[in-house]
Design a protein around this ligand. Structure first.
Ligand SMILES: NC(=O)c1ccc[n+]([C@@H]2O[C@H](COP(=O)([O-])OP(=O)(O)OC[C@H]3O[C@@H](n4cnc5c(N)ncnc54)[C@H](O)[C@@H]3O)[C@@H](O)[C@H]2O)c1
Ligand SMILES: [Zn+2]
Ligand SMILES: [Zn+2]
Length: 365
């Protein structure tokens, strides 16, 4: 099959033929129909986060089951699925108390069992590292069965792909991690795929004020069309001061969707007393945030992280599909461009230039 491999630190993916095994115990083979390009892929491509080569990026995908391992009972060839990197064992304390996104066994499930032959190899026979156990910049994915959920055939797979990461993360941060209350005030810093999803989530949750913050005017325009009530451009002055002005002292909830020290700290400083700041951006390893301890306790403020929208994705993703099919979650508007696998590098360039909400790679059948 064809795949886009990260071979080195050049910042460019190489389209190559690679070998893929057939599914064994607990595994499913998926024909990838669509994959979004997420900024988390870009963090590994541009070296913001460390990669191990050769690496197959891509983790926001939907497709059709082609084959299943002997003991797999929940999937059959022909099933439509969305994948998720939040693999879970279903038996540990976290899984059994509603926090499967924190399953400590996920990492083991994301990598091939010790001693087993690699599942994906280059034509020279070198093992390929599947990013988060997925790797969707390829015509097929061989993954653990607990990395996918079945969805209705009515759901267009090129829209379903976005639910695989950005939408689950952004909407989940609002619904699950922060549990935004109706009538509250919300600010979202960074209006890309994740931030726009958080804005849509805040709108669906009944927030009365949803403030979108981004440096790109076109992102702010899209935010207004998808649920924001106000916009703030940091180019016009300190975004914290602008949010405080708009809200008369700060928001109830803020969400950081970029991954910078500066914007994560802004997320904290723009909440009111009793407010909650949630950081979803992938702040690089070794970067520390600075928050005044006295203000934190005197103001009864909360600063928290959020991985993958605190999802229990087997339950959440079909609900998000229903919200889309019911016309309440807007995914068509989030797909700025559809490209082929050969154009994946241009897809990343468009993200770097801030031109797109999401680029989706569509694979022909
Ligand atoms: N927590 C999780 O589980 C999770 C899941 C998915 C993505 N992420 C992370 O979320 C972040 C956002 O991902 P994305 O795919 O939406 O990215 P994106 O590139 O689509 O969007 C980022 C946005 O931030 C804006 N921006 C950049 N610098 C800014 C600044 N200083 N002030 C205001 N706006 C600024 C850009 O214009 C862009 O619109 C990334 O760090 C990604 O790795 C985390
Ligand atoms: Zn992602
Ligand atoms: Zn578990």
């Amino acid at each position: 099959m064809r795949a886009a491999l990260l071979r080195d630190d050049s910042g460019v993916l190489a389209i190559e033929d690679v070998n893929i095994d057939s599914p064994r115990r607990n595994e499913i083979l998926i024909r990838v129909v669509a994959s979004g390009i997420c900024h988390s892929d870009l963090h590994f491509l541009d070296g913001t986060w460390p990669a191990s080569y050769p690496m197959l990026l891509g983790h926001e995908a939907a497709g059709v089951i082609e084959a299943v391992g002997d003991d797999v009972v929940d999937f059959a060839p022909g099933d439509h699925v969305i994948t998720c990197l939040s693999m879970f064992c279903g038996r540990c304390e976290r899984c059994l108390t509603g926090q499967s996104y924190l399953c400590p066994n996920a990492r083991r499930m994301q990598s091939r069992p010790r001693g087993e032959t690699p599942r994906l190899t280059t034509l020279e026979g070198e093992a390929i590292n599947q990013f988060t156990g997925l790797g969707s910049f390829a015509e097929q994915m061989l993954v653990h069965q607990n990395a996918a959920v079945k969805v209705t055939d009515d759901m267009p797979l090129d829209r379903a792909a976005l639910i695989g990461c950005a939408v689950t993360t952004g909407v989940g941060a609002v619904f699950r991690t922060a549990a935004v209350r109706p009538g509250s005030t919300v600010a979202v810093i960074g209006c890309g795929g994740v931030g726009i999803s958080a804005i849509q989530g805040a709108h669906l949750a009944g927030a009365r004020q949803v403030i979108a913050i981004d440096l790109e005017p076109r992102k702010l325009q899209w935010a207004l069309e998808l649920g924001a009530t106000h916009t703030v451009n940091p180019a016009d002055g300190d975004p914290v001061a602008q949010v405080r002005e708009l809200t008369g002292g700060g928001v109830d909830y803020s969400f950081e969707c970029i991954g910078l020290k500066q914007t994560a700290e802004q997320a904290y400083f723009m909440i009111r007393t009793g407010g909650m700041a949630t950081v979803m951006g992938m702040v690089p390893l070794g970067v520390n945030l600075e928050i005044p301890g006295a203000d934190l306790f005197l103001g009864s403020k909360r600063l928290q992280g959020c991985t993958m929208g605190s999802n229990n994705f087997i339950a959440d993703m079909p609900q998000l599909v229903d919200l889309y099919l019911g016309g309440r979650l807007k995914l068509d508007e989030m797909v700025s461009r559809t490209i082929g696998l050969d154009e994946v590098n241009e897809g990343f360039d468009a993200m770097k230039r801030g031109e797109v909400l999401r680029t989706v790679i569509a694979f022909s059948a």
